[in-house]
Design a protein around this ligand. Structure first.
Ligand code: SF4
Length: 168
C-alpha cells in the first residue's frame, strides 16, 4: 500500500477503539454491505435527528454530522446510535477537533445520542492530543501490516457489517 492510499480520519479512530480488525478492513477499503441493517440505521438517525442544526458539512477530509455557532463559538457534532461505545465516539470527535485545530480552527465538540436524548461535550486538551497521536501511529501500523489482526469474538460482532467476512 502507498501512503497516498491511507488517510487516517475520524471514522478509523472510532473503529480503532472498537475493533482493530475493522481498522484493517476499512483502512484497506474493504467496505461492508451498504444495505446491512446497522449501516442503514446509522444513516437514518444521522439524517432524521436534530433537524434545527445544519448537517453533513465537509471540511477537507473531515465530515461533520452537525456544525453550528453558539455562545461557545464553533460547535461540531457527531450523531451516534447509542452511547454504548462512548469512548470511541469521544476519540473520533476529539480527532476532528484536533484536525481542525491543526488548520487554525478552534471548536468544541458535541456527541449526540438522539435515541437516548443525550448530549456530551468534548473538548481538546493535551492528554487527549497525546492519546490521538499514539492512536494514529498505531492505526497506520495496523493498516500497513499485510495480515489483518485476528478476529476476536465480542458482543459488537453480532451487529457488525463484516460479521459474514469474519465468521463464515
Ligand atoms: S465481526 Fe467482529 S471481529 Fe469482525 S470486524 Fe466486526 S467487530 Fe471486528
Amino acid at each position: 500500500m502507498s501512503d497516498q492510499e491511507i488517510h487516517v480520519g475520524g471514522t478509523l479512530v472510532w473503529y480503532y477503539y472498537v475493533c482493530k480488525r475493522e481498522v484493517w478492513l476499512m483502512g484497506r477499503h474493504i467496505t461492508p454491505d451498504e444495505d446491512d441493517t446497522n449501516v442503514v440505521l446509522g444513516r437514518f438517525l444521522a439524517e432524521q435527528s436534530y433537524h434545527r442544526d445544519k448537517k453533513e458539512v465537509s471540511f477537507g477530509n473531515i465530515k461533520f454530522d452537525i456544525i453550528r455557532h453558539d455562545n461557545r463559538g464553533l460547535v461540531v457534532g457527531e450523531v451516534k446510535k447509542s452511547s454504548k461505545h462512548s469512548k470511541s465516539a469521544r476519540m473520533q470527535l476529539a480527532y476532528y477537533l484536533w484536525e481542525l485545530s491543526g488548520k487554525g480552527i478552534e471548536a468544541t465538540g458535541e456527541l449526540l445520542f438522539p435515541r437516548e436524548k443525550k448530549r456530551e461535550l468534548v473538548e481538546l486538551n493535551p492528554e487527549l492530543v497525546s492519546e490521538l497521536e499514539r492512536a494514529k501511529r498505531d492505526i497506520l501500523r495496523i493498516i500497513y501490516d499485510p495480515i489483518p489482526p485476528k478476529a476476536e469474538k465480542k458482543s459488537i460482532c453480532r451487529n457488525c457489517a463484516y460479521a459474514e467476512f469474519c465468521w463464515s
